[in-house]
Design a protein around this ligand. Structure first.
Ligand code: PXP
Length: 243
């Protein structure tokens, strides 16, 4: 069976992390998003966190108005986030859990534990044309809940896979099985978190996954080779793994 080509969504949050560290106007994450798209990114992702530690509202608006590839806005289920997302109406939103003290998104969204709330968010965003994905752990109970709330897509949290290179084969197989079940149930399947050049292959090779969202590694790698080269070497690695 032939599978669709794999897309790379480049997360530019940490360009804004560098800017916010000094309160300067540079480096501009919107400029990074445009550069990434020019270098072959199929989409650009930003996470508007409740504490605004990196991306700000103005960054989201700048990207929404300038990008020629789809913008994916990651955010929590908080009411003010939903209000903002509705006002911008980006093509895609990814709903994630959020705890203020965490370094990054730790663990997937507990859809099963808040079905009504997630269903209402998916419907509200869907009404303004936003396609929603739910960032979930590869857990069958969460898949069932994702189907129940009517989301068109899920993003599999690959954090456990990335954190345990010694169990790479086993955890990649778990992601593969879960992606197969989600795709068979009619969902579009994305994945992301903790992916880098040396661990992206087994995940990119999973034909049921159509999009990977990668951020921290690409911004770090860009320090040495530049963002366009970092994006294009990642895309090449993904396409090669797809076979
Ligand atoms: N996908 C989601 C939903 C995320 O929250 C993150 C982290 O912001 C990523 C992908 C990208 O993870 P990383 O920065 O580790 O590549």
């Amino acid at each position: 069976m032939s599978h669709p080509p794999i897309r790379l969504g480049v997360n530019v949050d940490h360009v804004a992390t560098i800017r916010q560290a000094r309160g300067t106007l540079y480096p501009d994450p919107a400029e990074a998003g445009l550069l990434a798209a020019h270098a072959g990114a199929d989409g650009v992702t930003v996470h508007l966190r409740e504490d605004r530690r990196h991306i700000q509202e103005r960054d989201v608006r700048a990207l929404a108005s300038q990008l020629t590839v789809p913008l994916n806005l990651e955010m929590s289920l908080a009411e003010d986030m939903l209000d903002f997302a509705v006002s911008v109406a980006p093509p895609h939103c990814c709903l994630v859990p959020e705890r203020r003290e965490e370094l990054t998104t730790e663990g997937g969204l507990d859809v099963a534990g808040q079905v009504d709330r997630v269903r209402a968010a998916v419907a509200r965003l869907g009404d303004v044309g936003v396609r929603v994905s739910l960032f979930i752990d590869p857990d069958p109970g969460q898949l069932e809940a994702a189907l129940a709330v009517g989301a068109p897509a899920v993003e599999i949290h690959t954090g456990e896979y990335a954190d345990h290179p010694e169990r790479m084969d086993e955890l990649a197989a778990q992601v593969r099985r879960f992606a197969g079940d989600a795709a068979a149930a009619g969902l579009e399947v994305h994945a992301g978190h903790g992916l880098h050049l040396d661990n992206v292959g087994p995940i990119a090779a999973i034909g049921d996954i159509v999009e990977l969202n990668i951020g921290h590694f690409l911004v770090a790698r860009a320090l040495f080779v530049g963002l366009p080269a970092a994006v294009s070497e990642m895309k090449q690695r993904m396409v090669a793994a797809r076979g």
